[in-house]
Design a protein around this ligand. Structure first.
Ligand code: HEC
Length: 117
């Protein structure tokens, strides 16, 4: 087969696309680095630790609570954006921190990361 310049370009483009598809991370995996950064910037770590219960529940505990619930991501996003009154481990009450972003993608990613614990 003689490759015309056009079909060669098409082949190369196809090869590049196939290669990218192979190296791209699975769509379901949250971007942990972005999530951790947002978590840190908002000082969520003051009250939440991946493993240990601090003033608030550990991320493991939250993930366990929501495991298998279809609306988990929605509920977590709601929690992070609504400023509901919560009870801290020491028994005092305050309004939960409202996360400083309205970027739905970033919120969803953070929620998925929390649920991945
Ligand atoms: C001053 C302490 C404090 C800070 C700061 C804080 N939280 Fe919380 N958070 C809590 C407490 C306490 C609870 C438990 C609420 C309850 O069970 O009623 C909680 C619960 C949660 C839950 C579980 C909600 C549920 O429905 O079970 C998530 C998710 C969460 N926080 C995420 C965050 C994120 C994200 C940030 C940063 C933007 C953050 N928290 C900052 C204290 C805090």
């Amino acid at each position: 087969m003689i490759l015309t310049p056009l079909s060669r370009t098409a082949l190369l483009a196809f090869a590049a696309a196939a290669g990218m598809a192979l190296s791209a991370p699975a769509a379901a995996e949250p971007d942990a680095d972005a999530a951790k950064l947002l978590f840190k910037q908002n000082e969520c770590g003051k009250c939440h630790n991946p493993e240990k219960t601090k003033k608030g529940p550990s991320l493991k505990k939250t993930a366990k609570e929501y495991k298998g619930k279809p609306d988990a991501v929605k509920k977590i996003i709601e929690h992070m954006t609504a400023g509901k009154k919560v009870k801290l481990e020491d028994g005092t009450e305050e309004e939960h921190k409202i996360i400083e972003t309205k970027d739905q993608k970033a919120l969803q990613n953070l929620a998925e990361w929390i649920l991945s614990h």
